[in-house]
Design a protein around this ligand. Structure first.
Ligand SMILES: Cc1cc2nc3c(=O)[nH]c(=O)nc-3n(C[C@H](O)[C@H](O)[C@H](O)COP(=O)(O)OP(=O)(O)OC[C@H]3O[C@@H](n4cnc5c(N)ncnc54)[C@H](O)[C@@H]3O)c2cc1C
Ligand code: FES
Length: 251
């Protein structure tokens, strides 16, 4: 884990209220898919904000963030050449799957799943990526490795399958869910549905949680989730954010 001052290389709106922020990465620690960083909202008296990596190549990294509150509104006006105060990489990455990766992305979970899908494709996997959103205005054009099979689901049917990702998985015939391993990031309700699909098909499922965080380095216990383990509570920032879905006590 390292703190560094990164130069903004690009910051542009790629879908409604979704921005891609690309910045220099001089840190020797290479971010892995599923890991995250925190950014200090410059000039605003707020805690550092956590975001998952959406890409990393030698010398540069990126996040995809949704403009929702004070910090992210501030990030949305960053320009090329501005400096951001970054701490990372933080947390544990996804574990490489043993079966075909079935990646499920919803909402602000899109960034980490793009990174994971590209990383797996570059490492000889044939990932299936399912992207869910309310409507097509919330889905950016994706820069994906050609080995990735992408499927879109929208609640209003404006892009791809009409319905949510769970309904899509239940209805499609192109691949068998039971031959895959699920890796997912998105809203709690979507992650819970992914877990239930994994149980039903007797397959593994890793979920990346995006709980609210304070310190983001394991010190405050402000991000704990209830688990099925003997140690009842785990810190999302330090023990996660990626967990085997069977470890989480789903509510
Ligand atoms: C490990 C991790 C990875 C994350 N990765 C991403 C990412 O890749 N892209 C992205 O856009 N966001 C991501 N988030 C969420 C991001 O940290 C928050 O959206 C951000 O902190 C909001 O800051 P803000 O000051 O703009 O909004 P705030 O004013 O802090 O919040 C605005 C609204 O969003 C809600 N909110 C804030 N944080 C969260 C959260 N973590 N989960 C659910 N609701 C929240 C608040 O309750 C409030 O209603 C991640 C969070 C975690 C913990
Ligand atoms: S946010 Fe402080 S322990 Fe996780």
């Amino acid at each position: 884990m390292n703190q560094q001052q990164c130069k903004v290389l690009k910051n542009m709106e790629i879908a409604r209220d979704y921005y891609e922020l690309e910045f220099t990465w001089d840190n020797k620690s290479e971010p892995k898919p599923g890991q995250f960083l925190t950014i200090n909202p410059n000039g605003v008296p707020l805690l550092r904000r956590p975001f998952a990596f959406s890409s990393y190549q030698s010398g540069k990294a990126a996040i995809i963030y949704k403009k929702i509150g004070m910090a992210t509104k501030g990030f949305s006006v960053l320009r090329e050449g501005d400096t951001i105060d970054v701490l990372g990489p933080l947390g544990n990455p996804f574990t490489l799957p043993e079966k075909r990766p079935l990646l499920i992305a919803g909402g602000i979970g899109l960034g980490p799943m793009i990174f994971t899908a590209n990383y797996l494709a570059e490492n000889s996997y044939s990932p299936i990526l399912v992207v869910g959103a309310r409507d097509k205005s919330l889905i950016p054009e994706l820069n994906l490795n050609s080995a990735i099979k992408v499927n879109y689901c929208t609640d209003d049917g404006s892009l791809g399958f009409k319905g949510n990702v769970a309904e899509f998985l239940g209805s499609q015939r192109d691949f068998s869910v039971s031959d895959c391993e699920i890796m997912a990031c998105g809203p709690h309700i979507m992650l819970k549905a992914c877990h239930e699909i994994a149980i039903k098909n007797n397959i593994e499922c890793q979920v990346s949680l995006e709980e609210m965080m304070a310190c983001a380095v394991g010190a405050c216990y402000g991000c704990v989730v209830e688990t099925t383990l003997d140690e009842k509570y785990k810190r999302v920032c330090k023990d996660g954010p990626v967990f085997n879905s069977r470890v989480i006590k789903w509510t």
